[in-house]
Write a protein that binds this ligand. Structure first.
Ligand code: TZP
Ligand code: MG
Length: 369
């Protein structure tokens, strides 16, 4: 028995290497695909990892070894590597770590498959494993970037902080009180500060908000958003286009991008360009921004019932206060953005709490839209 086992390995060690590494590569791809699918809800990445898995099968078919030969060369019980475990294999700190380990396993397995295929010799299969390895490097990069990027969220209350509207407290105090009152997002909206002051304020807002799990959005300025470590930039219809802002970042992270819209055509265009959230407005008359035409609550109703838009997080905006927010909830609104009602309130925390209390509770899908 022992002899036949030894001799079968000695007769076909390349088959044994190929069998082990095909399993390793397929399993690593599954871990990566599951991460993209279940942790990130990233359809594009999931599809490309699935394609890699299928193309691995296709490369295997180029080998002059059929499945029966591969299976008969397998001998897990006698594999001396099964009992060798390193400490690092047994602990994974989080999904990013798990995905990185899977990606390394994948590229190593593909290299091993390539080298074994050369010895058979099976040059076409070796070339196919090589090109899969290059695609695996890219998949690793995309998955790592996606895992390290902020995830779009359906915020419930975003408070737009503008110093000139803050009547009773300093702007940063208003921000702090808004968080105390239940705001889960703050947008810095200053149109005429010089750049250094704007960056300083953005950094202060991030330092205040990040430890409390509150997101920070910077109005108009992707550069300030990136340099301050904010979560998102908010763009109007005449600001920089999404496609240009998406060109990747200075610091390795990536920004969420929100876009202002007044009608469904603009919303569909924003969603198609990859907007992470969409502002809908103005809902009601406002003095904060010159907006001659109201979109009204009806716009929220059409947005949330549109199949292609319903899953994109939204923020209704414009003239919202405790007296009219119910009209938005009635039409399916899940998140609002408010400026003057909170900034100029004597008690911004209570103003926020009163708004949040009137909104529907957040659901698990709000965190994984
Ligand atoms: N975009 C559409 S309406 C609006 C913006 C920035 C103003 C929102 O401020 P307020 O004070 O809550 O009406
Ligand atoms: Mg703008």
């Amino acid at each position: 028995m022992l002899i036949s086992r030894l001799s079968s390995h000695r007769m076909n060690p390349a088959a044994r290497i190929i069998d082990a590494n095909a399993n390793r590569a397929r399993e690593a791809l599954r871990v990566m695909e599951d991460t993209a699918r279940f942790a990130l809800d990233n359809a594009l990445l999931t599809a490309s990892l699935k394609q890699l898995r299928h193309d691995l099968q296709a490369a295997m078919a180029l080998l002059p070894l059929d499945r029966a030969v591969l299976i008969s060369s397998r001998d897990t019980e006698a594999d001396i590597g099964v009992r060798i475990k390193t400490d690092s294999e047994l602990s994974r700190t989080d999904l990013t770590h798990t995905a990185a380990a899977a990606a390394s396993r994948l590229t190593e397995a593909l290299r091993s498959l390539e080298e074994a295929a050369k010895t058979l010799p099976a040059p076409q299969a070796a070339a196919a494993f090589e090109s899969l390895r290059y695609r695996a490097y890219t998949a690793d990069k995309e998955l790592t970037l996606a895992l390290n990027s902020p995830r779009p969220r359906q915020w419930r209350l975003c408070v737009l902080i503008t110093e000139s509207l803050c009547k009773h407290h300093a702007w940063l105090k208003v921000a702090e009180l808004a968080i105390n009152g239940g705001a889960d997002c703050l947008q810095l909206r200053e149109k005429s500060l010089d750049d250094r002051e704007l960056l300083q304020r953005a950094k202060s807002l991030v330092a205040l908000s990040r430890p409390r799990g509150v997101s920070v959005v910077i109005n108009d300025r992707p550069d300030i958003a990136l340099l301050s470590g904010a979560d998102a930039v908010h763009l109007g219809q005449t600001d920089l286009p999404i496609a240009d802002v998406r060109v990747q970042p200075l610091r390795g992270g990536s920004l969420l991008i929100g876009v202002s819209t007044e009608n469904l055509d603009q919303a569909r265009a924003a969603a198609q360009s990859g907007a992470d959230y969409i502002a809908l407005g103005p809902m009601f008359p406002t003095t904060t921004k010159d907006k001659p035409r109201l979109a009204g609550p009806q716009y929220v109703r059409s947005f949330v019932s549109d199949e292609s838009l319903a899953r994109v997080p939204h923020l209704a905006i414009g003239g919202i206060n405790t007296g009219n927010v119910a009209q938005l909830v009635e039409v399916g609104c899940r998140g609002i953005a408010v400026s003057s009602f909170v900034c100029s309130a004597p008690d911004p925390a209570s103003a926020c709490t009163a708004l949040v209390e009137r909104l529907p509770p957040s659901t698990s899908s709000d965190l994984r839209t």
